[in-house]
Write a protein that binds this ligand. Structure first.
Ligand code: 7TS
Length: 412
């Protein structure tokens, strides 16, 4: 499929530009995705016609914005197949969502000697909150090993999750290795031992159908900006029964039912967890981004990205001196692909690619323990989305080869 046959690329105006005199090829979608014109227009439309604070005015604009804000919540509910709309809490993003779980459920349920189980491939935002909770509560933080392909290893999960385990928290899709972890099976294990299952969906929800009832996870965290929406808006899904038992972590307006002089009654879900003026425009526009994704269909997005990986991964593996991390079988690899070129720092590789117009990320990808586990200090990473074409994949391969040639006599 060439650029002309990808029906979606043209919807993203930012992609139609030159970088260093070359066509921009944006392959940093795991960091953040670009926005289609319709979503960009929705931001302007909201602030041009409907902007008002929510849940507190009887005037027409306040009613309009409140209605759209709550409609967006229902769109997100259906998108991840949550049972109730009050299980969808607006947050700032995945990091915020995970911190809320740690500060509320974690603080209330973890005691000395309890275990929290994560894995070696977690993003810092699904690691540091649990690490700090474990330190504070004198609990034990345990790491599940990865198998040879980089998947969270189920056999090791069976050993690490015990009757002392209270919380298990795992990335659905790794932002470095591109693996889809067996979170449904791990949730089952967690539940057999009476623990709750948290899924970090930052890299899965934008790319594949995610059904929280099917996964039977207790919590799911994800970010709007990685799925065509604006920055500063994200979602915390939690099972209603658990959220109802949990205390809010932020206090102020919106999250109260009645404030007495010396005590306060909390508001109902989901507002109990949404103190202060929320990101009204962000939430509404995220709902519109969900509409755009639904119009294509998440199955179709997943299948298209699979075809891109089928096409590009063997070509990358063929480049002499290039090490690709994660599975080498394209069927096991999602569209996040990390690699290193022999004798070249990944920052130099990424700078070389930028000279060819190709945007990739280089660094530790907020996963320093994983870098240590892999025995590297950093990697370069190309991450595709459905608006990337097979031509983009070819350009990446050519640009890596060109960069290799450029640096062949060393970097100094
Ligand atoms: N979890 C995973 C698996 C992620 O990939 C990220 C962001 C986060 C959590 C945090 O999301 P945030 O929206 O709250 O920042 N990952 C990346 C990345 O790979 N490059 O930049 C951000």
């Amino acid at each position: 499929m060439d650029n002309k046959n990808n029906p979606w690329k043209k919807d993203f105006p930012i992609l139609d530009q030159k970088v260093n005199d070359e066509d921009l090829i944006y392959l940093d979608n795991a960091a953040t995705t670009q926005k289609p014109q319709t979503v960009i227009n929705d931001i302007t439309d909201f602030y041009t016609h409907d902007n008002a604070n929510v849940h507190r005015g009887v005037h027409t604009l306040a009613e309009r914005s409140t209605e759209q804000f709550e409609q967006a919540r229902e769109k997100i509910q259906h998108f991840i197949n949550a049972e109730h709309s009050d299980e969808i809490i607006y947050t700032k993003g995945t990091t915020d969502s995970l911190n809320i779980i740690a500060r509320s459920y974690g603080e209330e349920n973890i005691e000395e000697g309890d275990e929290i189980v994560i894995s070696y491939l977690e993003h810092h935002s699904n690691l540091v909150p649990w690490q700090q909770l474990a330190i504070k509560k004198h609990a034990t933080l345990k790491y599940i090993e990865l198998d040879n392909d980089g998947f969270v290893d189920l056999d090791d999960a069976k050993k690490k999750i015990t009757d002392k385990t209270k919380i298990v928290s795992i990335a659905h899709v790794s932002n470095v290795l591109g693996v889809i972890n067996p979170v449904k099976e791990i949730a089952k294990l967690a539940h057999q031992h009476g623990a709750v299952m948290v899924v970090d969906g930052a890299q899965s929800v934008p790319h594949m159908p995610v059904d929280v009832q099917n996964l039977d996870c207790d919590f799911l965290a994800f970010s709007g900006h990685k799925m065509l929406g604006p920055t500063g808006i994200g979602v915390l899904y939690g099972k209603e029964e658990l959220l109802n038992q949990m205390s809010p972590v932020d206090f102020g307006g919106e999250m109260i039912n009645f404030v007495h002089l010396y005590e306060t009654d909390w508001n109902d879900l989901p507002w109990k967890f949404e103190a202060g003026t929320p990101n009204v425009g962000g939430a509404i526009v995220l709902g519109n981004a969900v509409d755009y994704l639904n119009e294509i269909g998440m199955d179709k997005i997943f299948d298209y990205e699979k075809k891109l990986v089928d096409y590009v991964l063997p070509k990358l593996l063929d480049i002499d001196g290039l090490t690709v991390y994660g599975p080498h079988d394209p069927k096991k690899h999602t569209s996040v692909i990390s690699f290193n070129l022999d004798n070249l720092h990944p920052h130099d590789l990424a700078t070389g690619l930028d000279m060819e117009g190709v945007a990739v990320r280089a660094g530790h990808h907020c996963a320093q323990p994983l870098m240590k586990y892999l025995g590297v200090s950093a990697t370069a990473r190309a991450s595709f989305y459905f608006y990337n074409t097979f031509d983009d994949a070819d350009t990446l391969v050519k640009a890596i080869i060109a960069t290799k040639e450029f640096f062949k006599n060393g970097t100094i």
